[in-house]
Design a protein around this ligand. Structure first.
Ligand SMILES: Cc1ncc(COP(=O)(O)O)c(C=O)c1O
Length: 390
């Protein structure tokens, strides 16, 4: 490995990291979705150059940047996107919030597949739009958890929805939905006149040899019903720069979407735009290839560790992302954990996970673990968990 993913950076400086400063100093943070790795050099060099210039004026998303985004879709997926279909947004949460403002309503809410990224649940709170849950069905094989779509529930909820907010690859489950599932979800949405917003922020964080297919690539009809959200932020670990892209091939949808972006005055920072250009240029792809290998090995380490030392804990085997979903129900039932696992480990192991309950109703026995960190950090966290249960 030429990149030093094993190096443990100091992120405790009060100005530098929410992940590392939110909890007291003795707590090891394994929660919010950013990684403990420096961004690849071409991005850092681009940012240094801008700072060295000294004048940090207003920037707009350039034609060159839109072409770079479109070229990346072509290179990765052979998905032909017109540069004018690309709309810059101040991150993906803004991106789907804008879509919900424009296309959902109190009469026709937002369909989501729980357990799912906590910010998906905030649409309801922020905009007063009903949330329509289509919980995924849990399967257990040994200590491995997997999930599948409950089609009857999905279809029932789609009938009441104005917008379907898809998370693919899925946070926190690490699922890459199959082509067959994507087609069926799209078909149901189109039949019920439901706009699809496909959050594909994790689409380049693929583990092993897994492949991602953008939903909108499946057909022109689907593309015309879909807003795809992508960003360099998770892949290249620059989430603090807040820059993402909505790809909206349908002109009418795009005009409505852009109007809403304009109403909200969502201007992307110059640094975010510069970083995105470098990130999607292809110059960071060597770094990304090694990162994916490192993350796949971290996932294996985690799953093997749990199987060996904590076989009562069930865990997903993610195909993408650096997030794992852990079920502590057995330890709760046997009385070894009291209260929620999130609180238990925060207090007894000094490890901060993401609390399962923020991903949906009924997930209090779960936590999400972020393994986007040096292996030594991951091992330290797992050791603390094990000792707290000994
Ligand atoms: C599925 C998903 N969407 C969006 C985001 C956040 O996007 P942004 O920071 O660009 O708003 C995250 C962050 O964890 C995520 O997992």
């Amino acid at each position: 490995m030429s990149f030093k993913f094993d190096q443990v950076p100091n992120r405790r400086n009060p100005q530098r990291s929410n992940k590392w400063n939110y909890y007291p100093k003795d707590v090891l943070p394994m929660w919010v979705a950013d990684m403990d790795f420096p961004a690849p050099k071409p991005i850092l060099a681009t940012l240094h150059k801008a700072v060295d210039h000294g004048v940090l004026g207003y920037e707009l998303p350039s034609q060159a940047l839109k072409e770079t985004v479109a070229a990346r879709m072509d290179k990765l997926y052979r998905w032909k996107v017109k540069p004018e279909a690309v709309v810059a947004v101040t991150g993906i949460v803004s991106g789907f919030t804008v879509a919900a403002r424009a296309f959902a309503s109190p009469e026709r809410g937002v369909l989501i597949q729980t357990p799912v990224y906590n910010e998906f649940h905030e649409v309801k709170n922020n905009l007063g739009i009903p949330q329509l849950d289509a919980p995924l069905i849990q399967k257990v094989t040994g200590n491995i958890l997997s999930y599948e779509i409950d089609w009857a529930v999905f279809e029932t909820q789609a009938r009441k929805a104005g917008m379907f907010l898809l998370c693919n690859p899925h946070n926190p489950l690490g699922i890459i939905f199959s082509r067959k599932d994507l087609l069926k979800m799209a078909e149901i949405c189109i039949a019920n006149d439901v706009l699809i917003v496909s959050d594909e922020i994790h689409s380049e964080l693929l583990l092993d040899d897994n492949k991602h297919t953008p939903l909108a690539k499946l057909s022109t009809e689907i593309a015309n019903h879909t807003i795809t959200l992508i960003a360099p932020s998770k892949t290249f670990n620059v989430p603090g720069l807040f820059c993402g892209f909505a790809i909206v091939p349908n002109q009418e949808l795009r005009e409505r979407y852009e109007k809403e972006v304009h109403h909200m005055r969502l201007h992307v920072s110059s640094m975010g735009l510069f970083a995105a250009q470098a990130a999607f240029s292809g110059r960071c792809d060597g770094w990304l290839e090694e990162l994916r290998e490192y993350l796949s090995a971290n996932r294996d380490f985690l799953v093997n560790y749990l199987a060996e030392y904590l076989p009562e804990v069930r865990v997903t085997f993610p195909s993408a992302t650096y997030l794992a979903w852990l079920d502590f129900s057995k330890l709760i039932e046997s009385g070894r954990i009291t209260g929620t696992p999130f609180q238990y480990f925060l207090e007894n192991a000094k490890v901060a996970f993401s609390d399962g309950k923020i991903f949906g109703a009924g997930y209090e026995n779960f936590v999400r673990l972020n393994f986007g960190c040096p292996r030594a950090t991951l091992e330290k966290g797992l050791e603390r968990v094990r000792k707290s249960l000994a």
